[in-house]
Design a protein around this ligand. Structure first.
Ligand SMILES: [Zn+2]
Ligand SMILES: [Zn+2]
Length: 377
């Protein structure tokens, strides 16, 4: 028997592997022995399967196209090397809604749910890291039955309907012939056993609602919105199943003095014009206590001073960022007559009575920064 495999599957000679698989799946739905007991159909199913086996394998297909039929050494018979039975039965099960393999009973144990809790931390907590105690109600293991769901001294009994398998067979006649389907046993909900005396403390669920307190270590350098995962600290599963996870979502509170930029902290200091000209020292409030900020004589508005190593401790690191202080120089307003006199005398001394237009000179200033930012794009 020398079938044309392409004809058998009803695909063109340049069909893709996907098209071949689809065509085979379609045929298998009507020819599979579980669906169609007709001997002629079973014979055809064997041939179709052989065609699929050959054409779905790139190397076998190449040899077949070169003229090596099913009888060639590389052709192989039904069930030859490399033939993926599981693949076919999987797709067959999916196609007809039947279960190709018998399923064991469904375990009562189920993984517990995950929990999400939010907590607010300060910028100082971000700089150094911190710990939080979180309390919340959650499902905890029942201490009376320890998750077995049974009243003390009792245990589950094997289901007499399904004999512990968790499923029952149903045979039905259909257009395609006799269909055997597996259904979950309704007497035991597919568990295979029955708890006749459930634990009264947990109503047979193996877990109870309890107030739980968890200590969460929050590392330094976290971001607003960071979620910390604590494995196994979520809800305990039903019937003693594995616990879910606890997620703690952090929100970083607004800080009045500092803004974060990566691991650096940005702040601004306002100094009078005279201090900028003469130089001064300003006590700066930092997360490491008060620090002296030395301002050199002749400092300009917008100058940035750096305090090394007083910024955020990087995530999972010892290294710390810096504090960057932008100088804001305040020009005095509402001068008294005497103050005006002093400043006029000062201006005269410096020859500064008549400033001129000096645009485009120098690269500093707000315009320069704006332009640089524009260029960086
Ligand atoms: Zn219990
Ligand atoms: Zn049962």
């Amino acid at each position: 028997m020398n079938d044309d495999y392409y004809e058998l599957l009803g695909v063109s000679r340049d069909a893709s592997t996907d098209e071949i698989k689809k065509a085979y799946r379609k045929l298998a739905r009507t020819l599979h022995p579980d669906v169609n007991p007709d001997p002629e159909a079973q014979e055809k199913y064997k041939r179709v399967s052989q065609a699929y086996e050959t054409l779905s394998n790139a190397e076998k297909r190449r040899l077949y196209d070169l003229g090596g039929g099913p009888g060639s050494p590389m052709g192989g018979g039904f069930g030859g090397a490399g033939f993926d039975f599981a693949d076919i039965f999987d797709m067959f099960a999916g196609a007809s809604g039947m279960r190709g393999r018998a399923q064991g009973p469904v375990p009562r144990q189920r993984r517990g749910g995950d929990i999400l809790r939010r907590t607010e931390i300060s910028l100082k907590d971000v700089v150094f890291g911190t710990e939080r105690e979180l309390s919340f109600r959650t499902a905890a293991l029942c201490s009376v039955c320890n998750g077995s769901c049974c009243a003390p001294g009792t245990s589950p009994t094997t289901c007499t309907v399904c004999h512990g398998t968790g499923h029952v067979q149903r045979v039905a006649q259909s257009l395609l012939g006799q269909m055997v389907t597996m259904a979950a046993c309704s007497a035991c909900q597919g568990h295979g056993d029955i708890i006749s005396s459930p634990c009264t403390e947990c109503s047979g669920h193996g877990r109870v609602q309890k107030e739980q307190t968890v200590t969460v270590r929050i590392p330094s350098g976290v971001e607003d919105g960071t979620r910390i995962q604590l494995r196994g600290q979520g809800e305990v599963g039903e019937a003693g199943g594995p616990s879910g996870d606890l997620y703690v979502e952090l929100s970083v509170a607004h800080d009045d003095l500092y803004e974060r930029a990566g691991d650096d902290l940005l702040t601004r200091v306002r100094i009078p014009m005279t201090s900028a000209a003469l130089g001064t020292s300003v006590p700066l409030t930092t997360f490491d206590g008060e620090q002296d900020l030395e301002i050199k004589a002749g400092s300009q508005p917008g100058d940035v001073l750096t305090l090394k190593g007083l910024g955020v401790t990087a995530l999972r690191s010892e290294r710390r960022g810096d504090i960057k202080v932008e100088l804001d120089v305040v020009v005095p307003k509402n001068l008294s007559g005497e103050e005006k006199e002093l400043l006029r005398a000062f201006a005269a001394k410096r020859g500064e009575e008549a400033p001129r237009h000096q645009g485009r000179k120098g690269d500093g200033g707000v315009f320069g920064r704006l332009r640089d930012a524009f260029r960086e794009r």
